[in-house]
Design a protein around this ligand. Structure first.
Ligand code: 4NP
Length: 150
């Protein structure tokens, strides 16, 4: 799961994906990273931790890190939150088709254009974090169901 700072959206998306996998007994390795290293080593934003704990998911042990080249080898899918993340991750990606195909917008499946991104809540309020929770949870459920149906 990749966003800009790795302290709001992607830690929440990691928590939501781990929870969704757990609901269906699906074994997944989920991690998150930022395109930037601004918050390297930090815990998730307190508002993100609080929002997720309100939904029974503990993300407090996560620590921010920057996306690294090795991640493109290590992971099968690199989910991004918005188009700016998509551009940045494509720019970092090794130049081969198979690897480039790993990069996916987490909510790219949405029929509604406006719901294809997870908006950055950093300058927002509690409500904006709740919206992120809903968007990443729905997406996690969607992808887990899709993998299970294969
Ligand atoms: P995130 O949110 O990308 O969802 O972790 C942000 C966190 C920090 C900053 C921007 C976005 N920042 O500019 O410090």
């Amino acid at each position: 799961m990749v966003c800009l700072g790795n302290i709001c959206r992607s830690p929440m998306a990691q928590g939501a994906m781990e929870a969704a996998a757990g609901r269906y007994g699906l074994k997944l390795t989920v991690d998150s990273a930022g395109t930037s290293g601004f918050h390297r080593g930090e815990s998730p934003d307190q508002r993100a931790i609080l929002c997720m704990s309100g939904h029974g998911i503990d993300i407090s042990a996560q620590r921010a890190r920057q996306l690294q080249h090795n991640d493109f080898r290590e992971f099968d899918i690199i989910f991004v939150m918005d188009r700016s993340n998509l551009r940045d991750v494509i720019n970092m990606c090794p130049d081969d088709k198979q690897t480039a195909e790993k990069i996916i917008m987490l909510r790219g499946f949405s029929a509604l254009e406006k719901d294809r991104i997870v908006p950055d809540p950093y300058y927002g309020k509690k409500h904006d974090f709740e919206k992120v929770y809903q968007l990443v949870t729905e997406a996690a459920e969607y992808h887990v169901q899709k993998w299970l149906s294969r």
